[in-house]
Design a protein around this ligand. Structure first.
Ligand SMILES: [Zn+2]
Length: 591
């Protein structure tokens, strides 16, 4: 009761106050909640989320206190947070993951693939390092700091210089044999140069860089498919695909930084730095950002990496701090499930709280509806965000989101902001449950229910038309460089584009540059399979498009095909009338 009154008072005052004071009261309200809530009765997932939140919050208060000399909370409030964190950490069971999917043959690792001990605070990192140095009875140990790539751990074995096996970590003892898929990754050489050991197992990570992540998500968006939330999910999903040809279409990256089995006349490199150099000489993708320091400078190097990591082109979730000398590594050895000479320091995901102003709907090219959260502007990871995707209508129900709620926003994979929770304690009486409109916000035609989702079934809906044109022109479609969403919006508004085929009627008077017109011209003769794919026929994927192209070979034949719906036939006739002449390569020349 007392707790509730405190929250109410704080909320009332927060509404009437502004700026710094308002922020202070909100923090206080939150603290009252924290103190009252404790950690009892939380599920495993909740307590894990809470753990992450506590670590981030304590780190923030440390920064305010030590660096900015501007604490927001009292010492005793700070101690309460620390106490809760310690209690939670004691009850959390460390979980050893297992990435095996059951779709691949199992391979036993000749040497276990251990995971790393994790540190979440400067103190935990220092404790690990001091313990290692005490055991070695040395104080001038050299430490190497590498980025902690956020992907999927992989072990690749070369025998006689040839790549013979690639296995995921799995449960550490045995993993999935993904050799066929790894052979499609161009970044990983199939052969090592002469002089490589008879058998060598290199270990590292398979990941997807931000540029490729964005490219694939743009394609999926345009195709009306759900986008990937994080580059790691995308990398893992791709590496575990059952079709190696599909793996080859996505540009997976790899990095190697560790050794497993080594059999040869020569001894392995004597230091971690020498190992990096050897991998580079062998043509293996290596770590490009390495810092070498003594214990006293480890923390400042970690902090510096933390400041710079948002500028990296690939996803990281921390750093790995390793002892440089291989003989010292061997001397320390490993504990039950982690080596004693390397530790992972994990950065807490940046999380901010803001108000959910409204939920709006986005209409896809097939009429699929995606809800979007409209937020009070808030800064996260150096950028201000005002919107976050809610993926689907179920998400609103699952998270019990109400308009007016204070929500936690995290930037997943440093790219897409996602809502990860609602602050129920801050929920006021003015919040409103979301009511799904009956009609499409774009064209006003009543939605059609499809299970738990809804669809705009109006083929002429303005939003769908724009999305279809966007998809047709996108790299997943026929690929018309320069004809992007902004230009398409302008041309649709000027009524210069009323459908896909109008692209081929555009002229320079319509405000289209010569470069874009040249791109359009080029796309008239695109491969038939690609044209069919770009039309986005219902139920016809990339494979289906190729099959249709192979069967009919020319537009004249295809337009007669009985598989086509009347809508698709009309679109095809329209494209032909506008001067599109695509065919299967070689067919027209032979005629
Ligand atoms: Zn509509």
């Amino acid at each position: 009761m007392l707790k509730w009154r405190a929250i109410c008072i704080c909320r009332v005052m927060a509404i009437s106050l502004s700026g710094v004071i308002r922020r202070w009261f909100l923090t206080l309200a939150l603290l009252v909640v924290l103190i009252g809530l404790g950690s009892q009765g939380l599920s495993a997932a909740d307590s894990n989320e809470r753990l992450i939140w506590l670590r981030a919050e304590i780190a923030r208060h440390d920064e305010l206190y030590f660096k900015k000399a501007a604490p927001e909370i009292t010492d005793s409030e700070y101690d309460t947070l620390k106490r809760e964190l310690r209690t939670l950490e004691k009850t959390q069971q460390p979980v050893m993951g297992d990435d095996r999917s059951g779709d691949f043959a199992t391979q036993r690792h000749r040497q276990p693939m251990l995971s790393l001990e994790k540190a979440y605070t400067a103190e935990e990192l220092r404790t690990f390092i001091n313990k290692a140095e005490r055991t070695l009875r040395r104080e001038d140990v050299v430490w190497v700091i590498e980025p902690k790539f956020d992907g999927l751990a992989i072990s690749v074995t070369y025998e006689g210089g040839n790549l013979v096996r690639a296995v995921t970590r799995g449960n550490g003892l045995e993993g999935d044999d993904v050799t066929a898929n790894v052979l499609t990754i161009t970044a990983i050489p199939r052969q090592l140069p002469a002089g490589a050991p008879a058998v060598v197992e290199v270990r590292g990570e398979v990941f997807i860089d931000y540029a490729e992540f964005a490219r694939i998500n743009v394609e999926r968006d345009a195709a009306g498919e759900e986008s990937f939330a994080h580059p790691r999910n995308l990398a893992a999903g791709t590496l575990k695909s059952k079709d190696p040809a599909e793996v080859g279409k996505r540009r997976l990256s790899a990095v190697f930084y560790g050794l497993g089995v080594w059999e040869g006349a020569e001894k392995p490199p004597a230091t971690q730095q020498a190992l990096h150099a050897r991998f580079k000489a062998w043509g293996l993708p290596g770590v490009d950002k390495v810092t070498v320091v003594k214990e006293a400078a480890v923390w400042s190097a970690v902090e510096e990496f933390g400041r710079e990591r948002s500028r990296l082109s690939y996803p990281t979730d921390g750093v790995v701090v390793k002892i440089d000398s291989r003989s010292e590594q061997l001397e320390l050895g490993a504990g039950e499930d982690a080596p004693r000479w390397a530790v992972a320091y994990k950065f807490a995901p940046e999380r901010v709280a803001t108000r959910l102003k409204a939920i709006t709907l986005q209409v896809g090219r097939t009429g699929a509806i995606t809800p979007v959260a409209e937020l009070d502007p808030v800064k996260i990871g150096g950028t201000t965000i005002t919107r976050a995707t809610l993926h689907n209508l179920e998400e609103i129900k699952r998270r019990d989101l109400r308009v007016g709620d204070f929500v936690y926003v995290e930037k997943a994979g440093e790219i897409i902001p996602a809502i990860v929770g609602v602050d129920l304690e801050l929920r006021g009486s003015e919040v409103k449950s979301y009511v799904l409109p009956e009609k499409c916000p774009e064209c006003g035609v009543a939605f059609v229910r499809e299970g738990t989702s809804v669809r705009c079934a109006n083929n002429e809906c303005g939003a769908q038309v724009r999305r279809r044109i966007e998809y047709f022109a996108s790299p997943s479609g026929v690929g018309i460089g320069g004809l992007g969403p902004a230009l398409i919006d302008t041309l649709v508004a000027k009524k210069k584009l009323t459908g896909v085929a109008d692209i081929y009627r555009l002229r320079s008077e319509d405000g289209v540059s010569a470069r874009v017109l040249a791109e359009i011209e080029k796309s008239r003769r695109v491969d038939l399979a690609r044209l069919i794919g770009a039309m986005g026929l219902p139920g016809v994927g990339k494979k289906g498009a190729t099959a249709l192209a192979v069967r009919y070979r020319t537009l004249d034949e295809l337009v007669q095909a009985e598989e086509l719906s009347e809508e698709s036939r009309t679109l095809l006739k329209d494209l032909m009338a506008a001067g599109v002449t695509s065919s299967v390569p070689g067919v027209l020349e032979k005629k």
